[in-house]
Design a protein around this ligand. Sequence first.
Ligand SMILES: *Cc1c(COP(=O)(O)O)cnc(C)c1O
Length: 213
Amino acid sequence: VLDLAHEYNLRVVEDSAEAHGVRPRGDIACFSLFANKIISAGEGGVCLTRDPHLAEQMAHLRAMAFTKDHSFLHKKLAYNYRMTNMQAAVALAQTEQLDVILGLRRDIEKRYDEALRDVPGITLMPPRDVLWMYDVRAERSEELRAHLADEGIETRVFFKPMSRQPGYYSPEWPELNAARLSADGFYLPTHTGLTAQDQEFITGRIRAFYGAA
Ligand SMILES: *Cc1c(COP(=O)(O)O)cnc(C)c1O
């Protein structure tokens, strides 16, 4: 994507929403600070770039394209995407702890991998650079999710692919990998406060569902 974009003098805006801790490669990387992300400010996000011109443009557009002299002149149509200092402080404090947070999440990933590796019906996902939510694919996934819900274990289905969103859908779209994944994939509880015992309970219920000891 990067090679192609640069060949045509285009900029790449990278969806890094859930990838705090992964080095960006696009021209602008957008990280989410929504409530369920690795680092959260409740809402909002952060855009990173190495290009000083793009940085200036983003800061300008975020703050309603005001001129620098405080004359309340808007140089063009823009946005009010400002974040409060209080939200920023909440996110910054977590950023200082990023290594700790990522380490805890790596432990969660390892424990799920080990407990679910040999369960028939479960397909593990390839290793991740950082763990946002622990995702798996499962046979009879709807039934499994209902079984887990009965045990008080909340799960969430994968994102619906763009090609299946009403605004974009066409029956002519081929069956893409994203559509196949969203059909049987879901997220298991993933939170830095999750204990090894919590995970044992969760994976125990999954193993029981498939009749694995
Ligand atoms: C969470 C997420 C988003 C949306 O982030 P918002 O801050 O809610 O806009 C977009 N892309 C991916 C991959 C995400 O995980």
